[in-house]
Design a protein around this ligand. Structure first.
Ligand SMILES: *Cc1c(COP(=O)(O)O)cnc(C)c1O
Length: 408
């Protein structure tokens, strides 16, 4: 008899985006002439920049010729990309990462989801609340939690609330935890972590022999000079942290797919007898057993970002998204909303007015302004009373959306 992994049955139905989709379709069906503006999902809207496209076209042509054809590449990624990452993402910020600490992948959803499988099942997991759901659900699948309670929180997980009251900076847990997921700049709140905040977590992890899983998918959106782009800008972080990077939001690769994970050689995990093992070697074994490398064309495209021209073109696109964010912040403040994020991240996180729930505001914006956002409660219990607007759209649409909301 084939049995099922019952941990999968603990998962709650993917509630948030299907429910948004359902409400938007129902509204569109009843109001076929309504011009709906979507500021909901976290997907880029601008096309790829010319220098990256050109490099990718050439890479496709390489496949047309036996002399330049590429079959399986190195599982860990081509050195032309890894060397560029080491140089431009880390060395340029004073961080010393060696090429064999970088593993190129097809994106951070997979990496953040897969990484947990090399760690013991008994590890206690801490996540911020609100949170990117992948961190939670993959640990549920692995059996590191009990069942979900009514508020959606899983038994056995440690939730670290991030609200306006604590300036979206989670307190250290009061119980001992082993795996800590941090995402900065943050999705969904759009807030950032200072060096001091990250140092607090690195110190905690070193004292407790814990691991930090640092998701830096939005680092390229940072505009404040003193906000760290990498957790390795903090002394000692290489002993306790894995970092995830993705090209999805940075160079518009949500459809092309490429990212990487950094697993430092200094990072140790422990056997039940207390002896230490090198995590890099274990991840290398896991990665090269289960993954055959990101596509050559994707990696060539990603590497083109690190040419001067690539960077310049990409910065223009990021500036365009961030102009949308600052327009939204100004408009919403004028309307009397409390607004957070949106300065170093492409998300604006606003507090609902008059004690409205997140879903009540969602329905009001949809039905009366024909604007779609994302209810904060969909990202966790502490997101209740908040609402996320994404900057991934064009300025004319964003202006139109703000005008309509202002009229409510
Ligand atoms: C979009 C996003 C990612 C990137 O996922 P990919 O699989 O690389 O497209 C990772 N983490 C967070 C928090 C995100 O919002």
């Amino acid at each position: 008899m084939i049995t099922i992994n019952e941990n999968f049955l603990k998962l709650q139905a993917g509630y948030l985006f299907p429910e948004i989709g359902r409400r938007v379709s129902a509204f569109a069906k009843d109001n076929p002439s309504a011009d709906i503006i979507k500021l909901g999902i976290g997907d880029v809207t601008e096309p790829l920049v010319p220098s990256i496209l050109e490099a990718m076209h050439k890479a496709v042509d390489d496949q047309a010729n036996a002399d330049t054809f590429k079959g399986y590449g190195p599982e860990r990624g081509y050195s032309f990309l890894i060397d560029a990452i080491v140089e431009h993402e880390f060395k340029a910020r004073g961080v010393d990462i060696s090429p064999d600490e970088v593993f190129v992948s097809d994106g951070s959803k997979c990496d953040t989801g897969n990484v947990q499988e090399i760690f013991g099942r008994d590890n206690v997991v801490a996540v911020t609340d609100p949170v990117y759901p992948v961190y939670v659900d993959t640990n549920v699948m692995a059996g590191r939690t009990g069942d979900a309670a009514k508020d959606g929180r899983y038994e056995g997980l440690v939730y670290l609330p991030c609200t306006a009251e604590n300036d979206f900076t989670p307190d250290l847990p009061d119980t001992s935890v082993d795996m800590i997921y941090l995402c900065y700049p943050n999705n969904p709140t759009g807030t950032v972590a200072t060096k001091e905040t990250l140092k607090k977590w690195v110190d905690y992890a070193r004292e407790n022999r814990a691991l930090i899983l640092f998701d830096a998918a939005y680092e390229a959106f940072i505009s404040d000079d003193d906000i760290p782009h990498s957790i390795y800008e903090i002394d000692g972080a290489k002993e306790v942290a894995i970092e995830f990077r993705s090209y999805s939001k940075v160079i518009g690769f949500t459809g092309v797919r490429c990212g990487y994970i950094v697993v430092p050689k200094e990072l140790k995990a422990y056997k039940s007898d207390g002896s230490a093992v090198e995590v890099n070697a274990i991840w290398n074994r896991r990665h090269s057993t289960k993954f055959n490398g990101a596509s050559y064309v994707s990696q060539v495209g990603a590497a083109a970002y690190y040419t001067g021209q690539g960077r310049l073109e990409v910065k223009k696109v990021i500036d365009l998204y961030m102009a949308n964010a600052s327009y939204m912040i100004e408009s919403l403040k004028e309307m009397g909303y409390e607004v957070y994020g949106g300065v170093n991240a492409p998300y604006v996180w606003l507090k609902t007015k008059d004690g409205m729930t997140s879903w009540e505001l969602f329905d009001k914006f949809l039905n009366e302004a024909h604007v779609v956002g994302t209810p904060g409660s969909g990202f966790g219990a502490s997101g209740e009373g908040y609402f996320r607007l994404s900057a991934f759209n064009n300025l004319a649409r964003v202006k139109e959306a703000m005008e309509r909301i202002a009229k409510l």
